[in-house]
Design a protein around this ligand. Structure first.
Ligand code: RP5
Length: 164
């Protein structure tokens, strides 16, 4: 049973979302990573959510570009948390996907993170934080990772200062 699902609207989104898989793998969170489109494969999107709901998936991460309706389409079909990653895939530089993802009507929230790879990573962290509410081992891994981030800043500070 995957704990999380990552959907991308097109194979062209894959490179930008691989960092999401990397973070989940690093934290030991099980997931499926697949392509489905709100517009091109609406039936597949519906079937995937139905199957994952019955398999016990706890959180969805949806990444799409342009008129990005994938996260919203999933949010309409589940009560589990849905995290949206807007992808910059058009001459509008991702503003189209950002607004399409974030501006959900009341009652159907999509927790929208940053665009592209930064958002991909934070989508994974946020999904892990949600799962950690009921998983003390994962919560400890997250705490350790925060400590590692802190250590790396201190190390960088010492290196920069040593060059003064
Ligand atoms: C969206 O349209 C996808 O998520 C992708 O970001 C964008 C372009 O898709 P392709 O034309 O590259 O398949 O649905």
């Amino acid at each position: 049973m995957p704990q999380a699902a990552i959907f991308i609207g097109s194979a062209s989104d894959e490179d930008k979302m691989r960092p999401c898989c990397d973070v989940l793998n690093q934290l030991g969170v099980s997931f499926i990573f697949t392509v489905t489109s709100a517009h091109r494969t609406p039936d597949r999107t519906e079937e995937l959510v139905q199957k994952l709901e019955s398999d016990g998936c706890q959180v969805y991460i949806c990444a799409a570009g342009m008129a990005a309706h994938l996260a919203g389409a999933v949010a309409a079909r589940t009560l589990k948390p849905v995290i949206g990653v807007p992808i910059a895939a058009s001459p509008l530089g991702g503003m189209d996907a950002l607004l399409s993802t974030v501006q959900m009507p009341p009652g159907f929230p999509v927790a929208t993170v940053a665009l592209d790879k930064a958002g991909a990573k934070n989508a994974a962290w946020l999904a892990a934080q949600i799962l950690a509410l009921a998983d003390p081992v994962l919560a400890e891994k997250l705490a350790q990772t925060r400590a590692d981030f802190s250590d790396s800043v201190i190390k960088s500070a010492l290196e920069v200062e040593s060059r003064n």
